[in-house]
Design a protein around this ligand. Structure first.
Ligand SMILES: NC(=O)c1ccc[n+]([C@@H]2O[C@H](COP(=O)([O-])OP(=O)(O)OC[C@H]3O[C@@H](n4cnc5c(N)ncnc54)[C@H](OP(=O)(O)O)[C@@H]3O)[C@@H](O)[C@H]2O)c1
Length: 231
């Protein structure tokens, strides 16, 4: 039975790979992006008419999220996937030198936005059959995995883990599962060309793991292959 997924940051990187894989297998994707009508997403939408609903969405903007939510009012979403993310400056997020404005921006996208989006689209998820809200975190947010350096990014992913686990607790009795994932080290603009795996490999693993997840896995933090990661 085809499902409807909503993916933020669907225009490039892991979000685009997820969108491509899902429409290829016959699912419908609400492809949310700041510019959902350009680039690879536009090509895919032209090829797979009916498979994609482009949705303009800046996840850091209350107004943009409210407009997107109004546009989707009453439409069921089986899986809501918070994927949009930023890394922050590569050179100024160390213990001895921090760009504090950039750190705030990283928190806007990586921490506040997943909760804002989850709150706004919860009625759509409750109207769907899948009842899943997944967020792409990172192993770099795991305090148990010997963190060093990259404080802005690491702290944002640790914070989104806590945020979404608390959200998961609040929606448990509504039968909505809340899942957190490390997608692997992926060859995207963020991961770089020397990363371990292709976006398609990460996407295929994430989709299979999310397909196999439900309330038994709610508030878990796992890899794209389903292995548990220490908090
Ligand atoms: N790549 C890795 O190795 C890796 C590892 C661990 C975790 N992750 C996580 O995986 C997720 C996807 O990463 P990626 O590697 O695909 O990164 P990417 O290639 O840099 O893509 C980032 C995506 O986020 C979107 N985005 C950023 N700010 C946004 C905003 N304000 N509103 C809406 N969309 C916004 C970007 O849209 P624009 O095109 O409009 O900028 C883009 O679609 C992120 O959460 C990242 O932290 C990645």
């Amino acid at each position: 039975m085809p499902q409807t997924w909503m993916i933020t940051g669907a225009n490039r990187g892991i979000g685009l790979a997820l969108t491509m894989e899902l429409v290829r297998r016959g699912d419908h994707v609400v492809a949310a992006a700041r510019d959902p009508w350009g680039g690879a997403l536009a090509e895919l939408a032209a090829e797979r008419v009916g498979g994609i609903t482009p949705l303009e969405l800046d996840v850091t903007s209350d107004e943009s999220v409210a407009a997107a939510s109004a546009a989707l009012a009453g439409k069921p979403i089986d899986v809501l996937l918070n994927n949009a993310g930023v890394y922050g400056p590569r050179d100024r997020q160390s213990a001895f030198e921090m760009d504090f404005d950039a750190w705030r921006e990283v928190f806007e996208v990586n921490v506040y936005a997943p909760l804002r989006v989850a709150q706004a689209f919860l009625p759509n998820v409750e109207a769907g059959a899948g009842r899943k809200i997944a967020t792409i975190s990172s192993r770099m947010g795991s305090i148990g995995s010997n963190p060093a350096g990259n404080i802005a990014y690491r702290s944002s992913k640790a914070a989104v883990n806590m945020t979404m686990v608390a959200f998961g607790d609040a929606v448990k009795d509504r039968n909505v599962s809340v899942l957190l994932f490390h997608p692997g080290w992926v060859r995207t603009d963020m991961g770089g060309g020397g990363a371990d795996i292709a976006p398609s490999e990460s996407a295929a693993g994430l989709i299979a793991t999310i397909d196999g997840s439900g309330m038994a896995q709610t508030q878990s933090f796992r890899t794209w292959q389903g292995e548990t990661i220490p908090w």
